[in-house]
Design a protein around this ligand. Structure first.
Ligand SMILES: [Zn+2]
Length: 341
C-alpha cells in the first residue's frame, strides 16, 4: 500500500485516543489539543557534524558522505512510507546545489522541508548580519527547489541559546512560522536549561517566534535530552518512551519533538578521525537505530512540525512566553513588545 493511501487512513483515526492507547494516558478532553509527536530529521552530510568542525575532510570523503546521506535519506523515506508517517526534514541549504533531487523526493512524499541553515555553522560562529544572510539564502534555495514555502528552522547543534538569543528576532524577521532549536537541558555544547519543556513563545529583543523545544524527560530534578542522539542510540527505548509519555500527559500542550540524522542509520560509513570521547558519542549504537526507528514509527501517531505549529499559532495567547535573550533571572518577566511573527 502506498503512503498516499495509508496517510489519510491514519489521519482518520482519533489521534488522542490512539496516543492514549499507546502511551497509557487518558485521552484529551474535547476542545483540548491532542498529543502531537513529531519525528524530525536533520539532513546534513556526516562531515558537517559539530565534532568534526575543526577537521579537514578530503574532498573524496566529503563526496562519499554526500552519496551515503542521499541513500540513507531515501531509505528513511521508504520506512516512513511503510509506516504511513509524515515527518519534518530540516535540510542544510547547501545541499540544494548538490542533491536537489533528494530534496524534491522528500517534498513529493508529503513531508515538510525546513531549513537547517545554509552550511551548518553554529549560530555562535555568525554575526547577526551573517545569520540573516544565512537564513535567507537557505530558505530561498530550499523554496526554489520544492516550489513552495519553508516554515520551520532547526539551528545546527541546537545553537539557539542565551548567548545567541538575538537569533529569535532574525528568525521572525525572515518570516519563519516556528523554530525548533531550543533544548531545555544543561549540556556542554547547547541548552537553555530553564526554558519551558513544552511549546512556548520565544521572545527576542523586539520580535518573537513560536518555539517547539526538543523532547526532555524530567526525572530527579533534571531534564534529560531524550529527543534523539545518544539517548536514542545508547539507552533502552523505554527512556525515550518515558519522555513521550510525560509530554503526552501535559493537558493542552502535549507535544514531543524527536530528532534524528540520516548518518545515524548508516553503520557501515567510513569513520571520521575524531578523538576518543567524540568518536564514542558519535558512533555508539548506530547498528541498532534502523530497527528502533521502525518500531517507533509503528507505535506513535507522528505528525509534521508545521501542522502542529499551525494549530499552536491559533491558541498562541495561551502559550507560555519566555525570553531567550538576557539573564536566566528574566524568566517569566512580562514581555511588552509584541513582535511580528
Ligand atoms: Zn545538524
Amino acid at each position: 500500500m502506498t503512503r498516499s493511501l495509508v496517510g489519510p487512513a491514519l489521519a482518520a483515526l482519533n489521534p488522542a485516543a490512539l496516543a492514549a492507547k499507546l502511551v497509557g494516558v487518558p485521552p484529551a478532553p474535547a476542545g483540548v489539543t491532542a498529543a502531537s509527536f513529531v519525528a524530525s530529521f536533520d539532513v546534513e552530510e556526516h562531515h558537517r557534524i559539530e565534532a568534526a568542525a575543526d577537521l579537514v575532510v578530503p574532498a573524496a570523503l566529503r563526496r562519499e558522505y554526500g552519496r551515503r546521506m542521499d541513500l540513507c535519506t531515501r531509505r528513511l523515506l521508504d520506512d516512513l512510507a511503510a509506516a504511513g508517517v509524515t515527518a519534518t526534514f530540516f535540510v542544510v541549504g547547501d545541499i540544494t546545489r548538490t542533491r536537489p533531487g533528494l530534496i524534491r523526493a522528500i517534498h513529493a512524499a508529503g513531508h515538510e522541508v525546513g531549513s537547517h541553515s545554509w552550511d551548518h555553522r553554529r549560530i555562535h560562529r555568525l554575526t547577526p548580519a551573517e545569520f540573516r544572510d544565512d537564513l535567507r539564502r537557505s530558505k530561498d534555495a530550499l523554496e526554489q527547489v520544492i516550489g513552495g514555502p519553508v516554515y520551520g528552522f532547526r539551528a545546527p547543534t541546537f545553537s539557539v541559546v542565551r548567548q545567541t538569543g538575538w537569533a529569535v528576532d532574525i528568525l521572525a524577521e525572515c518570516g519563519f512560522l516556528y523554530d525548533s532549536s531550543v533544548f531545555p537541558v544543561r549540556h556542554d555544547r547547547y541548552g537553555v536549561p530553564d526554558a519551558p519543556r513544552g511549546p512556548f513563545v520565544a521572545a527576542g529583543h523586539a520580535r518573537d517566534i513560536l518555539e517547539l523545544p526538543l523532547l526532555t524527560y524530567r526525572v530527579a530534578g533534571l531534564n534529560l535530552p531524550v529527543a534523539g542522539g545518544g539517548y536514542f542510540r545508547l539507552f533502552p527505548p523505554a527512556v525515550m518512551r518515558a519522555g513521550l509519555r510525560q509530554a503526552a500527559a501535559r493537558p493542552a500542550l502535549a507535544v514531543g519533538i524527536l530528532y534524528f540524522h540520516p548518518w545515524e542509520f548508516d553503520p557501515d560509513q567510513p569513520r571520521l578521525p575524531l578523538g576518543r570521547v567524540a568518536r564514542w558519542r558519535t558512533y555508539v549504537g548506530v547498528g541498532r537505530t534502523t530497527a528502533r526507528l521502525r518500531e517507533l514509527l509503528r507505535a506513535y501517531p507522528f505528525r509534521r512540525a508545521v501542522d502542529v505549529a499551525r494549530e499552536l499559532r491559533a491558541v498562541e495567547d495561551s502559550l507560555p512566553r519566555f525570553s531567550v535573550v538576557g539573564e536566566p533571572k528574566e524568566r517569566g518577566r512580562a514581555v511588552t513588545v509584541a513582535g511580528a511573527r
